[in-house]
Design a protein around this ligand. Structure first.
Ligand code: FAD
Length: 650
């Protein structure tokens, strides 16, 4: 079917927010022509998308079929000891939801209230949070939904390591709770839920849920993939269409081959936090000084475009676990037999397969105690007083356990691992992204801003210590992988100890070299003793410095970019108003996580969907339509023989 040259609404970017907008609008009125233009490939029936357990592979960059765009800091950062950080972001239909780790969490109520925008309080948004969910876990509160298109469950399996982690966390003063995604809990642990349908064992991505579902039953949603939106076309300041180019320019020797599509009613930018500001700037909306320098005609002078880039920051620490532990390491290493077994298990019984999981089965949200606060230094305490003290629902850090090493296995010795993810939810640091040329093929100027505010070191240091104490108290703990920890002075009581000799000998029973070089290359850990009572490790100032250096060397994105087209007044650096209209333009909205004026304490897929639902409501209202509920039935990926073509809902 050929695509029309004019439609009613064009949605630029098929991430979670864009998919919600395009799908909801098209489903609301079969006569409304909606076009969704996505820079990456179609995700439909892609086994590297719908099988949950292979998500790690999506972070490989092979230059042929990349599912992500890798944004690299343009300059070396003095805050990262000269490093240039890399922020991968989705380049595929479904956006982050097609490649992400599928961890389900939600923002705290005060996060939305802090937007200070009419219609955006947590109370206003709660019905939309429910509307998007097909929640498949038992729960004891009324904040979840059951008839929406996005499935949330515990996946096919929960490892014993996760239970071990929860018990050890409890011993560290972090109580277990049924559900810490109730918008209020800020210090507790839980079985961490996943965007996986428990009936089908499939990833619950936004394109399958909102777009493929509608395209299966209606013909008014036009999907263009591998097409990069270049710019918005304006008549005066009214958006009347867009141009797009092939996502790769190799075919045309670098020449711009633009195709134009007209929009009778709206142009919606949903190209994500790093994509949307670039389209705005190429279209003449941004800081007039930058635009004039690049010879781009100014449509609206909005200096906030591309500013206030935010993320969450993570460091990962790796621990050895007992050889009996169930982990994904052999699968991830590429052991052919194990891969065959796990893929076969997933094919035959996806509802209980090990691959119907991300192996991230438990986690916690934490706030420091008064005692801990005293050790976190003046910069963080100032931030605490301003930001956290009066908002008891805001956690400072998240921590979660991966049953396996989230790492490049060629860099690791043999054996089994667990990874502690510790991530900072409300960093004070800020970055920016701006185009460096009017060409959509030229890399932008990007500064992630990671760690450029000193207050961000203390919570990362604190949570490293906290997760280390949890790890040491776990039954499966068998040492620290020293290469993936801070480099403390060898004589410090805080110095890491690696695998104990007994566990090492189990790995290489006939090995002749196990345990040699003790004290130089290998400082072995103590042999496992179930009766051991653990004392907290004491850290000196030098030890803290070692942790801070390690943070600077290794801190990285959690892929939770937001904030570059903030919803706040123009004079305060805002880009959109409360109805998501871009200042100084007509018929142009931004609907994705770029609109967040402040951070959200959550893994951000839930929030991207929510912003999409809110944007869809605003558009549907302005078009004089009504949202059609429930949404179109969500298809399987791919439809297996003898199984109904839709996912079951509760
Ligand atoms: C590797 C990774 C792991 C993550 N893990 C989790 C997790 O476990 N749990 C969680 O809750 N969240 C996670 N997230 C975050 C979550 O997926 C994102 O917050 C969410 O996808 C953001 O949605 P969005 O709609 O704002 O933008 P995006 O998802 O970034 O979507 C933007 C879309 O626009 C397209 N695009 C960009 N520029 C153009 C252009 N010029 N023309 C056309 N199309 C364009 C992109 O290809 C992309 O599809 C993860 C993200 C990543 C990348």
């Amino acid at each position: 079917m050929g695509h029309p040259e004019e439609v009613d609404v064009i949605v630029c970017g098929g991430g979670p927010a864009g998919c919600v907008v395009a799908g909801r609008l098209a489903y609301a009125d079969p006569n409304l022509k909606v076009m969704l233009i996505e820079g990456g490939a179609n995700n439909r029936d892609d086994p590297w998308v719908y099988r949950p357990g292979i998500y790690v592979r999506n972070m490989q960059q092979d230059g042929i079929n990349d599912k992500a765009t890798f944004y690299k800091d343009t300059m070396e950062s003095s805050y990262l000891r000269g490093r240039q950080s890399i922020v991968p972001c989705a380049n595929i239909l479904g956006g982050g939801s097609s490649i992400n780790f599928q961890m389900y969490t939600r923002a705290s109520a005060s996060d939305w209230d802090d937007f200070k925008t009419e219609g955006w309080t947590a109370k206003d948004l709660l019905p939309l949070m429910k509307r998007l969910e097909n929640y498949q876990k038992p729960t004891n509160n009324d904040s979840h939904g059951y008839d929406g298109p996005i499935a949330i469950s515990n996946g096919g399996t929960i490892t014993a390591l996760a239970h071990d982690f929860l018990r050890a966390s409890d011993a560290m003063g972090i109580p277990f709770s049924d559900d810490i995604q109730d918008l209020n809990t800020s210090h507790a642990s839980e079985i961490w839920a996943k965007y996986i349908n428990r009936h089908t064992g499939r990833r619950s991505d936004a394109a399958t849920a909102y777009v493929h579902s509608v395209m299966d039953v209606q013909n008014n949603l036009y999907l263009r993939t591998n097409a990069r939106v270049n710019r918005v076309i304006f008549e005066g300041n009214k958006a009347v269409g867009v141009t797009y180019v092939p996502a790769r320019n190799r075919a045309h020797g670098g020449q711009l081959k633009e195709t134009m599509v007209k929009a009778r009613k709206y142009v919606v930018l949903s190209s994500g936090t790093l994509g949307t500001p670039q389209i705005l700037e190429r279209s003449g909306v941004g800081d007039s000084k930058l635009l004039q320098k690049l010879d781009i005609k100014v449509v609206s002078d909005v200096p906030g475009v591309g500013e206030q880039y935010q993320d969450h920051y993570t460091t990962l620490s790796l621990y050895r676990v007992s050889n009996e532990s169930a982990t994904l390491d052999d699968f991830l290493r590429g052991d052919k037999e194990v891969q065959k077994e796990l893929f076969a298990e997933w094919e035959t019984s996806p509802e209980k397969a090990r691959l119907s999981s991300n192996a991230i089965d438990a986690g916690f949200k934490i706030r420091p105690t008064e005692e801990e606060l005293k050790e976190m230094g003046p910069e963080f305490n100032e931030l605490w007083d301003k930001y956290f003290k009066d908002k008891p629902d805001k956690p400072v850090m998240f921590g979660s356990i991966v049953s396996g090493a989230y790492a490049d296995h060629t860099l690791l010795p043999p054996g089994k691992y667990m990874t502690m993810f510790q991530y900072l939810e409300y960093p004070a640091s800020r970055g920016h992204i701006h185009i460096s040329s009017p060409s959509p093929y030229k890399a932008p100027t990007f500064d992630s801003g990671f760690m450029n505010h000193k207050a961000d070191f203390a919570p990362l240091r604190w949570s490293y210590k906290k997760t280390r104490e949890v790890a040491r108290r776990m039954d499966a703990f068998r040492g620290e992988l020293t290469s993936h920890h801070p480099h403390f002075y060898p004589g410090s009581p805080a110095a890491c100890k690696d695998i104990d000799i007994k566990t090492a000998k189990q790995i290489y029973p006939d090995g002749l070299s196990v345990g040699i070089h003790m004290g130089t290359w290998h400082k072995p850990g103590d042999q496992y003793d179930a009766s051991k009572v653990h004392e907290d490790i004491k850290y000196t100032e030098d030890d803290d410095k070692a942790i801070d250096d390690w943070v600077a060397d290794h801190v990285e994105t959690t892929w939770h970019s937001l904030g570059t087209c903030a919803m706040k007044p123009h004079e305060e650096g805002g880009v959109v108003d409360g109805r998501l209209n871009v200042f100084g333009t007509q018929n142009l909205k931004c609907v994705d996580l770029s609109i967040c004026p402040d951070n959200l304490g959550t893994n951000t897929y839930s929030s991207a969907l929510l912003v999409g639902e809110k944007g869809a409501d605003l558009l549907i209202e302005e078009l004089g339509l009504k949202v059609k509920l429930p949404h179109a039935p969500v298809p399987h990926a791919p439809v297996p023989k003898g199984v109904p073509g839709t996912q079951q809902v509760r």
